[in-house]
Design a protein around this ligand. Structure first.
Ligand code: NAP
Length: 285
């Protein structure tokens, strides 16, 4: 019986993080430590964990980081003022505002307030537009991480058919653009797609970014395909799981990413990479 090979996000991440540490040390030797400012509003438990992991990763790999914790009652004007201060702070090369924000704050306005050259999440319209027109400055971390995983395992993209399930601004759409940039023929599926399996059965690469368990099963795949599971869900026992039915997909695919240990670690890694590259750009390295 076929048994897909696992794409190990922890191993790929580790290699990239060590490279980040080397390049950060080279910058530090010239007097600049790459700096990331993280802003967390409110007390959402999941957001607090993500933010802590991001700050910890910075410390571990030679980046400077700051964490602003603002109460859920902070006004939009106060948050925008803090972003303006970070925009002009020379020690800061990347700014990340953890989403979601409380409802009384306009997330779009907040993202647009971040200086485009410090928008390490790549969500600012200037960066989304730069990606769209083939001149990316910051690639959104999760899809960027997926591309690095494909590269690390020598999985060909150019000339292949890639199906992206999900069309969000933070994962699905930039994922489709990055695959397109790499020469894939790309199909984007979403909740209105009439027959998902019709598309996935002809795919060489499937990226699932939906947020629903078992959206993709082995019978929906072409033998030998590569499956990347971006989803983060909880199963009935409360354990972290992806969008993909791992057992049945493993019987058909050649490569599959696990959850946990797949795309998740790559997202933080690419945040470090984007922050480092932002600092390198400032120093013209
Ligand atoms: P999102 O904004 O909720 O988008 C989900 C997408 O899935 C939408 O485009 C939606 O279609 C589509 N969809 C919903 N039901 C579908 C169905 N039955 N068939 C096909 N498509 C369907 O979510 P997101 O922010 O992109 O995140 C997606 C998942 O990735 C979540 O589980 C999230 O937690 C996870 N995630 C993981 C990481 C990581 O680091 N591993 C990072 C970011 C996100 P419509 O547009 O038509 O509604």
């Amino acid at each position: 019986m076929n048994q897909a090979k696992t794409i190990d996000g922890v191993v790929v991440s580790q290699r990239l993080r060590e490279e980040v540490a080397r390049r950060a040390a080279a910058l530090a030797a010239k007097g600049t430590t790459p700096g990331l400012a993280v802003v967390l509003v409110g007390d959402d438990a999941a957001s607090a964990v993500y933010v802590r992991n991001k700050v910890k990763a910075c410390e571990q790999y030679g980046l400077f980081s700051t964490l602003d914790r603002m109460p859920a009652t902070v006004t939009e004007a106060e948050l925008l003022e803090r972003i303006h201060q970070l925009n002009v702070d020379p020690k800061i090369h990347g700014i990340l505002v953890q989403l979601p924000l409380p409802r009384h704050i306009n997330s779009h306005k907040v993202i647009e307030a971040i200086a485009a050259e410090k928008d390490v999440d790549g969500f600012h319209v200037a960066n989304a537009g730069a990606l769209m027109t083939g001149q990316p400055q910051f690639r959104p971390c999760t899809p960027y991480g997926v591309m690095k995983m494909l590269e690390a395992y020598d999985i060909p993209v150019s000339g292949r058919h890639a199906v992206v399930i999900g069309r969000s601004n933070i994962v699905g759409k930039p994922m489709a653009l990055l695959l397109l940039e790499a020469g894939a023929t790309v199909t984007v599926c979403h909740s209105k797609t009439a027959d998902l399996a019709y598309h996935t059965r002809s795919a060489d690469i499937v990226v699932a970014a939906v947020g629903k368990r078992n959206i993709l099963t082995g019978d929906m795949l072409k033998p030998g395909s590569t499956v990347i599971d971006v989803g983060m869900n909880r199963n009935d026992e409360g354990k972290l799981c992806g969008d993909v039915n791992f057992a049945s997909v493993s019987e058909v695919a050649e490569y599959v990413t696990p959850v946990p240990g797949g795309v998740g670690p790559m997202t933080i890694t690419m945040l470090l990479v984007n922050t480092l590259e932002s600092a390198e750009r400032v120093l013209h390295v």
